[in-house]
Design a protein around this ligand. Structure first.
Ligand SMILES: Cc1cc2nc3c(=O)[nH]c(=O)nc-3n(C[C@H](O)[C@H](O)[C@H](O)COP(=O)(O)OP(=O)(O)OC[C@H]3O[C@@H](n4cnc5c(N)ncnc54)[C@H](O)[C@@H]3O)c2cc1C
Length: 342
């Protein structure tokens, strides 16, 4: 890796789907795990912090930008490690486009990630928040992953259990932020057909259309169709998908909420707590469809903030504060941002 491959003062709005914020002092692409190691050594020698970027679909850049080295992951690869009558195990390069990976597995009649269709970003970005949609999450099929460990400068293999996956969470987002640079992921996918009943919105879609034969492709097409309406294409409308995580509340909080709002939607989780759709909470504040500080609250899905004409991160932060305060003021429920900040 020569110094020529390291670019300077690169505007990060061109590499993130929210399309705002400042520049990176240094920026380089990593095409192999060896490139990752070399870039890490180079940054260390200059005492520069590193930030790993995949598709930039879950990253918000502040106006001051980043005074370190961005490592843009471009590692490709799609390798079958095991194949039997029940399943196939595949190792995927971290820089592969996630939806292309899903498409490829669906065409091969493999089940397990078809409901994760049309999620932007890279395969290496997927474990970071344990991507989830329509009843599937990455943790269901991920066997292990390979990563460059910046504390030991070694390539390590982490098993599923090591990743501490939870709802939109993992070791990469929480306990060990920034420590591991994921270079590949390994998934074990089933050769069985997808089975009903499906996740509520998906099942409703099938019922309305009287669909009774389910293949991976049928599920993928349905998910793409449902998402088209609810999630604006970031190329036309810059956004980072769900801008807030769903709220998780205790039993007693749900009790209080239902007393005042008997129609409040809630989903019981396996740990006895309840998930409340934050889109619903925001909707009740009356912000849906409005523009706050140049950020539009999507009129079809209040969880999504679109960069309509924000002048920078400061506008986004002001809009976020108004929304968080309004939800807290009405429900006494704190809501949390989903995309990570650089
Ligand atoms: C329109 C839209 C719809 C979306 N829908 C969903 C959805 O349904 N479900 C869902 O869960 N998410 C969704 N998202 C969020 C986002 O697409 C996912 O979180 C995606 O996995 C992010 O991948 P990325 O490569 O773009 O990550 P980036 O934004 O590049 O990075 C996100 C974080 O992961 C880290 N990271 C990225 N790559 C690596 C790597 N190789 N090694 C270590 N760390 C890394 C970064 O440092 C950063 O902290 C949506 C986003 C958009 C714009």
């Amino acid at each position: 890796m020569s110094a020529m491959d390291i670019h300077q003062q690169v505007p990060l709005k061109n590499y993130t789907t929210m399309r705002l914020g400042g520049s990176a002092a240094y920026f380089a692409e990593a095409h192999t795990a060896e490139d990752v190691a070399t870039l890490h050594r180079t940054a260390n020698a200059q005492h520069l912090p590193i930030f790993v970027l995949g598709g930039g679909s879950n990253t918000i850049v502040r106006d001051e930008g980043f005074a370190g080295l961005i490592v843009h992951i471009k590692i490709l690869g799609f390798e079958v490690l095991a194949d039997d009558i029940y399943s196939m195990t595949i190792k995927i390069g971290a820089g592969e486009n996630w939806d292309k990976v899903v498409e490829r597995t669906v065409v091969s009649n493999l089940s397990g990630i078809e409901a994760l269709s049309a999620i932007p970003g890279t395969a290496g970005g997927a474990p970071v928040q344990n991507i989830g949609a329509y009843g599937q999450e990455l943790a269901d099929t991920l066997v292990s992953l390979e990563a460059y460990d910046t504390t030991t400068s070694q390539i390590v293999t982490l098993q599923n259990a090591d990743c501490q996956f939870a709802y939109r969470s993992s070791i990469f987002r929480e306990a060990e932020t920034g420590r591991y640079i994921i270079t590949s992921i390994t998934l074990k996918l089933s050769k069985n057909l997808p089975n009903p009943p499906f996740y509520e919105a998906l099942q409703r879609y099938f019922d309305e259309r009287k669909v009774t034969i389910f293949t991976q492709q049928v599920v993928r097409d349905a998910v793409i169709d449902i998402r088209r309406d609810k999630l604006p294409n970031p190329i036309e409308f810059p956004n980072a998908g769900s801008f807030f995580k769903n709220a998780i509340i205790e039993d007693w909080q749900l009790h209080d909420l239902k007393k005042q709002y008997p129609d409040a939607p809630s989903y019981e989780m396996s740990d006895g707590r309840f998930k409340i759709p934050t889109g619903w909470l925001i909707e009740q504040t009356g912000f849906k469809g409005q523009v706050l500080h140049g950020m539009r609250i999507h009129d079809k899905n209040a969880l999504v903030l679109i960069n309509h004409e924000a002048t920078g991160y400061a506008d986004l932060a002001a809009a976020r504060q108004e929304i968080v305060d309004a939800v807290y003021g009405k429900f006494r429920i704190p809501i949390e941002q989903e995309p990570l900040e650089l």
